[in-house]
Design a protein around this ligand. Structure first.
Ligand SMILES: [Zn+2]
Length: 144
């Protein structure tokens, strides 16, 4: 892996985990718990490209729900607790465990989409407009 790719991954992880704009790293990415902002308050990045769809739910299910389920089954088998006690432990553990990671996962996916310029079919024009402005800014920097 090149140094550039490592930096890219760190940036995706950092901005996604903190829910910050993947372009400037300052403005908030979310306007509510899981709702993505329309544009960045700081750099005016247009978030119309962001479409993580079922991604956060899928990753939460695979990497959090399944391990938690095994933990719950292990607790039941190892301690032979009553069904009532099992429900008292399992329901909050599974609900909180699956809902809490949704936001960082969604942030990570949106940041990853932005950094890797991954686009959904039909959004080519939007991407061209977004990066046209960035390329223009870079040309201006180089000119000075
Ligand atoms: Zn921004």
């Amino acid at each position: 892996m090149t140094e550039f790719e490592t930096d890219k991954r760190k940036w995706i992880f950092k901005s996604g985990w903190k829910g910050l704009c993947p372009r400037c790293g300052k403005g908030p990415m979310f306007k509510s718990w899981l709702k993505i902002s329309d544009t960045c308050d700081v750099c005016e990045l247009d978030y119309r490209f962001a479409s993580p769809d079922d991604g956060p739910a899928f990753f939460s299910l695979c990497f959090v729900a399944f391990p938690l389920l095994f933990l719950v089954v292990w607790i039941q088998v190892a301690f032979e607790i009553s069904v009532f006690a099992l429900i008292l432990i399992a329901v909050p553990l599974m609900s909180i465990g699956c809902v809490l990671p949704l936001r960082p996962i969604k942030g990570w996916l949106v940041a990853s989409q932005y950094v890797n310029r991954s686009m959904e079919a039909g959004t080519e024009k939007l991407w061209a407009q977004m990066h046209e402005r960035e390329d223009e800014a870079e040309r201006e920097k180089e000119g000075n």
